[in-house]
Write a protein that binds this ligand. Structure first.
Ligand SMILES: Nc1ncnc2c1ncn2[C@@H]1O[C@H](COP(=O)(O)OP(=O)(O)OP(=O)(O)O)[C@@H](O)[C@H]1O
Length: 590
């Protein structure tokens, strides 16, 4: 054997499935039968009835019924116990592990086609042995257990395929071959630096990690180094100082890198964040800053080599939802162990030439004021304080008087998802003032979002017209209107249509935005008629006062004009392209 085998005692079961089985008498019997036969789990296949082959391409199942097609070395032998693997150097993720569909006795295989398990959906393989109670090692071989992932809508779920075979030789041949193939997936992590924010949302992040995520990482042989953060900025300081070559040294192989080799010994270390959007943004900010430091590029943002996994545990998880489609720690963890990578656009926020932070979304006006109000009620439970702040800010609804300028995004030859071909920033400095569109007026709310900001409350997202990697951001500017019209606009987010079809709402696809609150605009500016209206007067007028911004759910107070720039595909997150989030809740507060 090329490496020590990993063993799965017969008694070890998927606990969640066991719980489900206990509910039914019929399945209880099935489980007992499986115990007798030495198996257990969702799908169980006996050696004489199944055959395996690793194929380069997805098989045509019609050819599947002809057994001789599956095993050219043993044509026509119906009872053969040979498990054949054909390895193909250079093939990265399109291997298919094919199990004879007629022999699947229970449950469904992991992917859509019955009888086919994509190797790219398998994240662990273990040798199964029969052991007496208390026996720690040894015992007769029973076969293999393949741990894989099954899709249910947007959710990924853990599944187990039990392959029975009493032949130790064949079991180990397959074990070694599958193990080698699995370690060949270059985007899968071997070592994770995990940051957990224990203060997120209901303070459940540590439990979420321990109960739902750690067992999957362990199963997939991913080693972890955990930091439970102690304060805001803790993750940033760790990432600034740590030796990154402990985590990784080389750029990753991304999904569309078709020339990538299969075997990479130098990869496998990544970063994971367990928390809400604030924690995610802090880590993304840290990764980009660190990449800039390492590349000695103080001005220009540098794309980090390390991807980030996000386990949702916050009060708002729109970044996680935008790359997973659900707010589910198991789905998130499976995206990490299976190495699903998604490049994502980010924004930089700067004021007076100084970088404030990197992030995904920002709200000025209503969103900023509402968050500022919520922060003053920190003693309240997080959902209550957000509802309180929302209602209070609606009751005192006032527009911001500001100059809003934006640089429209350049149209590109987008691919299927509207992604730009290049990762090039559109530099606002190099664009003449004439390329900018500038308006001055009263705005109830201005949002800039480089990702669609999906959530269970707004399944199509707060910015449904942007994509995670289309190289631009959505600018949604809501002009001054009555409270009832504004509420109507907000309410339409949950029904996901018509929220922008109001005369007071404008939406643009942008690469840069500049917001200059009125207090900062030169005194030569003529006063508009609306300013005589008390409803229209700016809330903060005193010199030196700061305007509240909501940047990824965090309150950032900025006294001057803010420049927002989109940086296409600046960060790589574990996840996938998602159209719509699973809607599980409805918002009752408005
Ligand atoms: N131990 C800690 N105590 C307090 N704040 C922390 C701690 N660790 C991290 N933070 C900070 O908490 C902020 C919010 O975190 P996160 O977004 O994960 O939680 P949330 O529940 O969604 O947010 P919020 O508490 O603002 O509703 C982040 O800026 C993060 O840096």
């Amino acid at each position: 054997m090329s490496e020590p085998e990993e063993e799965l005692p017969e008694e070890q079961r998927d606990s969640t499935k066991k719980k489900k089985k206990k509910k039914k008498r019929k399945t209880e019997r099935e489980e007992e039968e499986e115990e007798d036969g030495g198996g257990g789990g969702a799908v169980s296949v006996c050696c004489a009835a199944w055959d395996l082959q690793i194929w380069e391409e997805e098989p045509r199942l019609s050819a599947h019924s002809n057994q001789t097609d599956l095993d050219p070395h043993h044509p026509g032998d119906p009872n053969r116990q040979n498990w054949l693997v054909e390895q193909d150097e250079g093939v990265n993720t399109v291997c298919v592990l094919c199990v004879d569909s007629s022999s699947l006795s229970a449950g469904e295989p992991c992917v859509q086609q019955p009888g086919v398990v994509m190797l790219q959906d398998v994240f662990a393989v273990k040798v199964k042995r029969r052991r007496a109670a208390g026996q720690q090692s040894g015992g007769p071989v029973l076969g293999l257990a393949l741990f894989c992932c099954r899709r249910r809508g947007r959710r990924l779920e853990e599944d187990t395929l039990h392959l029975h075979n009493a032949s130790s030789e064949h079991t180990h041949t397959w074990y070694n071959t599958l193990k080698e193939l699995l370690t060949g997936f270059s985007s899968r992590p071997r070592y994770l630096k995990v940051f957990i924010n224990p203060s997120s949302h209901k303070k459940e992040a540590v439990h979420i990690y321990r109960d739902h995520v750690a067992p999957l990482f362990k199963m997939a042989d991913v080693r972890t180094d955990i930091t439970v953060t102690e304060r805001k900025g803790h993750a940033l300081s760790v990432m600034k100082e740590c030796k990154l070559d402990e985590y990784d040294g080389k750029p990753d192989i991304l999904p569309h890198d078709s020339t990538a080799g299969r075997h990479r010994g130098d990869r496998g270390h990544r970063v994971v964040c367990v928390g809400g959007d604030g924690s995610v943004a802090e880590l993304c900010h840290a990764l980009v800053l660190r990449a800039q430091l390492d590349a000695n590029s103080p001005e220009k943002p540098v794309k980090p080599a390390l991807p980030l996994g996000i386990i949702p545990a916050g009060s708002t998880d729109v970044v996680s939802c935008s790359v997973h489609g659900v707010r589910d720690p198991v789905t998130a963890a499976l995206h990490v162990v299976l190495g699903h990578l998604q490049q994502v656009d980010m924004c930089s926020f700067s004021s007076l030439g100084q970088l404030v932070c990197f992030g995904f979304s920002a709200m000025f006006g209503f969103g900023g004021r509402s968050l500022a109000r919520a922060e003053k009620k920190r003693w309240m439970p997080s959902s209550r304080r957000r509802e309180y702040a929302l209602v209070k800010t609606l009751a005192r609804l006032r527009p911001e008087d500001c100059q809003l300028s934006f640089l429209p995004a350049k149209k590109s030859n987008g691919n299927l998802f509207g992604n730009q071909d290049q990762d090039q920033d559109q530099d606002p400095e190099s664009e003449g003032e004439e390329s900018w569109t500038t308006n001055q007026g009263l705005y109830l709310s201005i949002s800039i979002m480089s990702i669609p900001c999906l959530s269970p409350h707004a399944p199509h997202g707060l910015a449904p017209n942007t994509r995670v990697a289309n190289g631009s951001a959505a600018l949604i500017a809501v002009g001054n209107t009555s409270r009832s019209e504004f509420i109507k606009h907000l309410k339409r987010y949950s029904s996901s249509s018509g929220q922008f079809s109001f005369s007071f709402v404008e939406m643009h696809d942008v690469s840069s935005v500049r917001i200059r609150p009125r207090a900062l605009i030169g005194s030569s500016e003529e006063e508009s008629e609306e300013e005589s209206d008390s409803r229209a007067s700016p809330i903060i007028q005193s010199e030196g006062a700061a305007f509240p911004w909501n940047i990824d759910g965090e309150l950032v107070e900025i006294a001057n004009e803010v420049l927002v720039r989109v940086h296409p595909r600046l960060i790589t997150l574990y996840g996938e392209e998602v159209d719509e989030a699973e809607s599980t809740v409805s918002c009752s507060c408005i």
